[in-house]
Design a protein around this ligand. Structure first.
Ligand SMILES: Cc1cc2nc3c(=O)[nH]c(=O)nc-3n(C[C@H](O)[C@H](O)[C@H](O)COP(=O)(O)O)c2cc1C
Length: 136
């Protein structure tokens, strides 16, 4: 069964461009071998990531990601069953975006609506859907 997981986090203070590159290199290799797809967004030291794959593989990966010292305050938005992948062709798409772009693509007027999302992840999902369509 296919699942999708969305979380957000804050990059650690000392995280560099090179760290981002390394994260993506490792992520793409592992994800490619384990049928995981998704997208990592980076905005002003904040990460928002969508992961898609089989339940056990996703959970094990998320447990590793959660304890990665390159970020902190990892907050799970949702983990739920889905019947399609938004990023079927991407072992991990990456986009560095500013607030204006993010608001526009998520369809909200205030950035805090994205930043403070807690109970429902409809806004983040919309953001990933918009970017996914642009990439395909
Ligand atoms: C923001 C962020 C996103 C990450 N995304 C992935 C990912 O999609 N796939 C992956 O294998 N590792 C990802 N990682 C890296 C993992 O946290 C971890 O370093 C990697 O799985 C190697 O684990 P290991 O050192 O225990 O072997 C990510 C790390 C960060 C900080």
């Amino acid at each position: 069964m296919l699942y999708e997981l969305i979380y957000r986090s804050h990059a650690s203070d000392n995280v560099s461009e090179n760290d981002l590159k390394e994260i993506l290199d490792v992520a793409r290799k592992f994800n490619g071998q384990n049928n995981i797809t998704g997208c990592l967004l980076y905005n002003n030291k904040q990460f928002l990531q969508l992961l898609e794959g089989e339940f056990n593989t996703l959970m094990a990966l998320y447990e590793r990601i959660k304890i990665d010292p390159r970020h902190k305050e990892v907050f799970l938005l949702h983990m739920r069953e889905t019947d399609y992948r938004i990023y079927p062709d991407w072992t991990m798409a990456f986009k560095s975006m500013n607030k204006t772009e993010m608001k526009q693509k998520a369809g909200v007027t205030e950035f805090t609506e994205i930043e403070n999302e807690r109970d429902d992840s409809a806004i983040s999902k919309q953001l990933f859907e918009t970017i996914g369509k642009e990439l395909s």
